[in-house]
Design a binder for this molecule. Structure first.
Ligand code: R5P
Length: 308
């Protein structure tokens, strides 16, 4: 059997090298960089190692999507020119998944368009908890037999159960229930879910369920923090109801400008995130989950190709 280090390389995007190194160690591959330089007018010059092995795994989360999508297109095409037979993408945060329909006439259905853009350029794609709402399967958004979504819920649950406490797990909206239920059940913790109405990017109304929050250690769980207004508003109300502590546990710590300040001002005790998106709150590593997902994406896809 060939040594994986001779046949596979993980190529990390700038700013994502620690995650790429951990993924390479989990996969048993070498880790190298995708070097990217920006010209004064904003164009990107992408440079790969001169020699690439048979399987190139590009490791790049998509938290700065408009720039990174172009750079991914340049990277996948260059990897093939250099002789890679297989090019996979590991993108823990998958961008543009929220716009899954035209809410107003004339709007782009970004999920499908960006999904096809990636599906055409990569032979396999692994992501974590993509924001699929009305679309239920990742492959309906990214039409590629080797597109696979894994969930960070077990990693988040392991962190929760490693602490000696009896927290109340709270989801800020109905969509969060799938993660909240799963994470709470791992420790046998109580959970509940609030209702959310969104009126604008930074304008949300949260209605908490009827519960006694006084004196409780509350853990607010969500898949994404972007503007911080969903979690901030939920935390502000829970703190106001006398909770002993409010910890925020999130998968994708996007934290747009001003979001961290907004969440901290709501009175949260601690913010804990996965390393899907680089952020000071990162405490939970996803490397083993991603490595296992990559193995599954390739074997599922191969079975599909053989009609299995
Ligand atoms: C939405 O349904 C998601 O689960 C998050 O609650 C949302 O994306 C958070 O966005 P923001 O931080 O801008 O309120």
């Amino acid at each position: 059997m060939k040594d994986a280090r001779a046949t596979t390389a993980v190529l990390g995007f700038p700013g994502y090298r620690p995650q790429a190194e951990r993924l390479a160690a989990a996969v048993g591959a070498v880790c190298e960089d995708v070097d990217i330089r920006h010209f004064p007018d904003g164009e990107s010059l992408v440079r790969l190692p001169e020699r690439v092995p048979e399987h190139v795994i590009v490791c790049c989360t998509l938290n700065d999507p408009n720039r990174q999508l172009i750079e991914l297109a340049l990277t996948s095409a260059t990897a093939r020119t250099l002789g890679a037979a297989r090019v996979s993408l590991v993108a823990p945060y998958l961008c543009y998944m929220r716009q899954d329909k035209a809410f107003r006439p004339g709007e782009a259905v970004s999920q499908r368009i960006i999904g096809e853009f990636l599906a055409r350029r990569f032979d396999a794609l692994v992501t974590v908890d993509p924001h699929l709402h009305r679309t239920h399967r990742l492959q309906d958004a990214v039409p590629n037999a080797r597109a696979l979504a894994v969930t960070a819920a077990p990693v988040m649950a392991a962190w929760l159960t490693s602490r000696p406490w009896e927290p109340l797990i709270v989801g800020p909206d109905e969509e969060s229930e799938q993660w909240v239920r799963r994470i709470a059940s791992a420790g046998g913790y109580e959970y509940c879910v609030a209702r959310k109405q969104r009126f604008g990017d930074r304008d949300v109304r949260i209605t908490l369920p009827h519960r006694d929050f006084a004196g409780r250690d509350v853990v607010l769980v969500d898949d994404v923090i972007s503007s911080g207004h969903t979690i901030g508003e939920a935390a502000r109300q829970i703190v106001g109801k006398g909770a002993a502590s409010v910890v925020v546990l999130v998968c994708h710590a996007l934290f747009a400008a001003g979001a961290l300040e907004h969440v901290e001002a709501a009175g949260v005790t601690e913010i804990v995130s996965t390393d899907s998106v680089p952020h000071p709150s990162n405490q939970l590593h996803l490397d083993h989950l991603l490595s296992e997902g990559l193995g599954r994406a390739w074997s599922n896809g191969n079975q599909a190709a053989q009609g299995g």
